[in-house]
Design a protein around this ligand. Structure first.
Ligand code: SAM
Ligand code: SF4
Length: 365
């Protein structure tokens, strides 16, 4: 395993260059103090939304007619590169690219290719993405070449008609083709499914077995109160993952896994299939104590917590100081100093209290 904050390959490179009297090519991660929030949680995971646009309109995520951001508001791919590289210099070891749909951003492969230099240097441990799968058939091989080894594909149903209903604009065969391409390219695929009562509760076993047949892990996500999407049935759709887990337990032998990723997911293994099943339950469990992540939007806002509105504008220092990364670093450190202890979601009063006005596609899920 790579040594955290002091990657062997990078250390060797620098030592070799120092022995030859050459200055280091780039700042080593350990040379800057790592990002530690006020609750002593090290920040090692950055999720980056590279676009707010999407070729689907999932009913729990977007309204059918969305107003997207004007182009000038978005960070350019060069700005995203600079910002991500600064974060990596401050100890971020895992980068997840998301959106909107990341693979619809023009020329996004050049960004993945650029980020692969941080994998090569050893500073970055993992470069990965969350996608709806619609464009995977086009990009799977390029993603693998850029060093991506795992992708999360969001898929809530295996029924063509239901798929078209829930995504409004999506078509299941295209996503299945993308998953085939990803696996053929050597990418490990994990399926993310939003648990929706009255929609996919009848597919629990079908989806599990389909994933088992294809050697894919599966994570269920509780529907979250994000954005004003004109869907007043959100509470009706809410399917407790404790209920889902109990239903799964009626069919299979489940073993709790101790594995923690610093995020809201908890895992079990299905003994019969040896699959890992994840449960993301931000509304029923408090996962904040081990939170190691922050989220960057495509406009350069840094959200310290998915469940709170506080954010810091990193685009301003990025554009004001094109040649001075230390100003951006300071802005990042000031923001991390404000990371809250926990989130505000609460369904307990049978009301969508703590509802966020922004969309999941804005912060990237
Ligand atoms: N477009 C990509 C995709 O769908 O995978 C990446 C962005 S999407 C916002 C990231 C994840 O958020 C997806 O797995 C999606 O199902 C999930 N998501 C979106 N809205 C949600 C909501 N209201 N509650 C729970 N999960 C949600
Ligand atoms: Fe697009 Fe993903 Fe949101 Fe669906 S969940 S509308 S695919 S961003």
């Amino acid at each position: 395993m790579r040594q955290a904050m002091f990657p062997r390959k990078a250390r060797e490179n620098v030592m070799a260059r120092a022995l030859r009297g050459i200055a280091p090519k780039r700042r080593l991660p350990h040379m800057a103090a790592p990002l530690i929030d006020p609750f002593q949680r090290p920040i090692s995971y950055l999720r980056v939304s590279v676009t707010d646009r999407c070729d689907f309109r999932c009913v729990y995520c977007m309204s059918e007619h969305m107003n997207f951001l004007p182009k000038k508001e978005l960070l350019t791919l060069e700005e995203l590169d600079r910002l991500c590289s600064i974060f990596i210099g401050l100890g971020v070891q895992k980068l997840r690219i998301t959106g909107g749909e990341p693979l619809v951003r023009r020329n996004i492969m050049s960004f993945f290719q650029a980020m692969s230099r941080h994998l090569d240097s050893g500073a970055l441990e993992e470069l990965t993405l969350t996608t709806n799968g619609s464009q995977l058939h086009r990009f799977a091989t390029d993603l693998y070449s850029a060093g991506v080894r795992r992708v999360n594909v969001s898929l809530d149903t295996l029924d063509d008609t239901k798929f078209a209903d829930i995504t409004r604009w999506g078509r299941l065969p295209q996503v299945l083709k993308g998953i085939d391409a990803a696996q053929a390219a050597g990418l490990r695929v994990k399926i993310n499914a939003v648990a929706l009562k009255g929609f996919n509760d009848d597919e629990l076993i079908t989806i599990t077995e389909w994933c088992a047949d294809r050697d894919m892990d599966l994570t269920w996500i509780e529907v979250m109160p994000m954005g004003d999407i004109g869907n007043e049935d959100r509470l009706d759709q809410y399917w407790r993952l404790t209920d889902l887990r109990a239903k799964l337990g009626e069919h299979y032998t489940l073993t709790d896994l101790l594995e923690r990723t610093g995020g809201p997911a908890r895992y079990v293994r299905i003994e019969e299939t040896q699959q890992k099943i994840g449960f993301i339950t931000p509304l029923t469990h408090n996962f904040c104590e081990s939170c190691n992540r922050v989220r960057l939007t495509c406009t350069g806002e840094l959200f310290m917590c998915l469940g709170q509105e506080d954010n810091a504008d990193l685009r301003a220092p990025l554009r004001a100081y094109p040649n001075d990364d230390s100003q951006v670093e300071n802005a990042i450190r000031n923001a991390i100093a404000l990371k809250p202890k926990g989130h505000d979601f609460d369904y307990s009063r049978q009301d969508v209290a703590g509802r966020m006005s922004r969309h999941m596609s804005h912060t990237g899920g």
